[in-house]
Design a protein around this ligand. Structure first.
Ligand code: NDP
Ligand code: 2IT
Length: 450
């Protein structure tokens, strides 16, 4: 390798190039590794993709924005956070991806999320490029007023770089309907235009039905396809879900609808355990606790009639594991414990919740493993449908959007089977990475050296 150029196409050379450029970005390196482990062997078999600096261009974002976000808290203190937006690839459409507000946010995390988003968005079949952003803000304990001032300040800088045809942000960890509303309001004020510049909006001002439920529902539609394809069923499966935020809540709701027994859910402090399995009433209490009271699961365990334990939930025996919290929450030890306890299927609601060793543990043990870029694509897919509705200034019914979501998740499953389906079990890692890559690569070749 010389001067940021690959002299051969090999996994080792690609990773060396990434490490040389950005030695301090472990999550980004991990995401590139995971994608390229499948893509490089495919490229080596397919001469069309070996030229045009395709791989070099694919691992370098088109644009990265880092900016100061000054705001004032309720005590009158001046506070300063850092804002990010990585516009990774516009090969397929406007940059599209969420905003994350969490103290752990840094450039490595935003780049890994934006990189994953390119292939996820490609898999949806919709015309969406890949991007991601956020801030190192800790939203815990902020009042509505503080959050509004923060969001307004964040948008005062970001608005110059986004628009409904350029870059369309949405929510992610720490960014839900409240935050999207504050950012949308400020964008509208700054530009004097009412456009679909953000998705995940409230239903009264251009949001799409099913967007709130879409990542969790889509995850379960995908799991349903995975299990059916391998002659199994979700009904009665003992299920553990990590997280209790947007994705986890609606994953739980759809899992219950499909007859699963959800025995545990978590937040960043600990997990609730319910041997009988949660029901709709208990889930509604959790949703109210998290979305209205913004409380901790530990506070509600008694009210829920559940046990509460500190730490992560992966020691709880289950057949279906749905990590819906954050990256790298399942390492080798957690994966081994899940396998020992008889897990049948692991599907990611979160982005990159399983590290490399965990993924290899699942694949070596014959566990069905659904990588996030396939299994959690329902959220961005309905965001794409929100953009369509905003463009035609119409609002589709819940049933229409839900049907389209089911169709998209089935389509993603079919693509995984097409490119990862020759063995006894579908290799969803290879299937999703290769299928996602092909569409992006073809568009990049067609658009020339940009
Ligand atoms: P929320 O902020 O609504 O919920 C996040 C949940 O994960 C909370 O229960 C939170 O606990 C927990 N969590 C966050 N960070 C950690 C951590 N470091 N360790 C343990 N638990 C943690 O976010 P979402 O539900 O929207 O997002 C969850 C995951 O799903 C993320 O990986 C996100 O990237 C991914 N995703 C989200 C989509 C969406 O549409 N929202 C779409 C596709 C993927 P606590 O309350 O204690 O902080
Ligand atoms: O990770 C994701 O796909 C999201 N946070 C949703 C992105 C979006 O634009 O809806």
């Amino acid at each position: 390798m010389k001067e940021n150029r690959l002299t051969s196409i090999s996994l080792e050379d690609v990773l060396t190039l990434v490490k040389q450029r950005d030695p301090d970005q472990p999550e980004f390196l991990q995401a590139v590794h995971e994608v390229m482990e499948s893509v490089i062997p495919f490229v080596l078999e397919t001469p069309r993709y070996q030229r045009k600096g395709l791989i070099e261009r694919l691992i370098e974002p088109e644009r990265m924005l880092i900016f100061r976000v000054p705001w004032e808290d309720d005590e009158g203190n001046y506070r300063v956070n850092r804002g990010y937006r990585v516009q990774f690839s516009s090969a397929l459409g406007p940059y599209k991806g969420g905003l994350r507000f969490h103290p752990s946010v840094n450039l490595s995390i935003v780049k890994f999320l934006a990189f994953e988003q390119i292939f996820k968005n490609s898999l949806t079949g919709l015309p969406l490029g890949g991007g991601k952003g956020g801030s190192d803000l800790n939203p815990k304990g902020l009042s509505d007023g503080e959050m509004m001032r923060f969001c307004q300040s964040f948008m005062n800088e970001l608005f110059r770089n986004i628009s409904s045809d350029k870059d369309v942000p949405a929510g992610d960890i720490g960014v839900g309907e409240r935050e999207v509303g504050f950012m949308f309001g400020q964008y509208k004020r700054l530009t004097a235009e009412f456009t679909g510049v953000l998705t995940g909006k409230g239903l009264s001002y251009g949001g799409s039905k099913v967007r709130m439920q879409s990542t969790g529902y889509g995850l379960l539609y995908f799991v349903d396809e995975m299990l059916k394809h391998h002659g199994q069923s979700i009904s009665g499966l003992r299920t553990v879900i990590s997280g209790s935020g947007n994705v986890a809540q609606f994953a739980c709701q759809k899992a219950l609808d499909l007859g699963a027994r959800v025995v545990a859910m978590s937040d960043s402090d600990g997990f609730i355990y319910d041997e009988e399995g949660l029901n709709e009433e208990k889930l509604n209490l959790i949703i109210e606790l998290k979305n209205e009271r913004r409380g901790r699961l530990s506070e509600a365990a008694e009210e829920l009639g559940c046990e509460y334990h500190e730490g992560s939930p992966w020691s709880v025996p289950c057949e279906l594991a749905l990590p819906c919290a954050t990256q790298n929450e399942i390492g080798e030890n957690e994966a081994k414990a899940l396998v020992q306890n008889g897990v049948v299927c692991v599907a990611e609601g979160a982005n990159m919740p399983c590290n490399d060793k965990a993924i290899h543990t699942f694949r070596d043990s014959g566990v069905l493993y659904g990588p996030g870029k396939a299994s959690n694509a329902g959220g961005v897919a309905v965001s794409g449908l929100e953009m369509s509705q905003n463009s035609e200034r119409l609002s589709w019914s819940f049933e229409d959007v839900d049907e389209k979501l089911i169709h998209i998740m089935k389509g993603i499953h079919n693509k995984c089977v097409d490119y990862g389906g020759s063995g006894k079990r579908v290799d969803y890692v290879r299937g999703s990475n290769v299928a996602g890559f092909i569409k992006v690569a073809d568009a990049m070749i067609a658009q020339g050296h940009v």
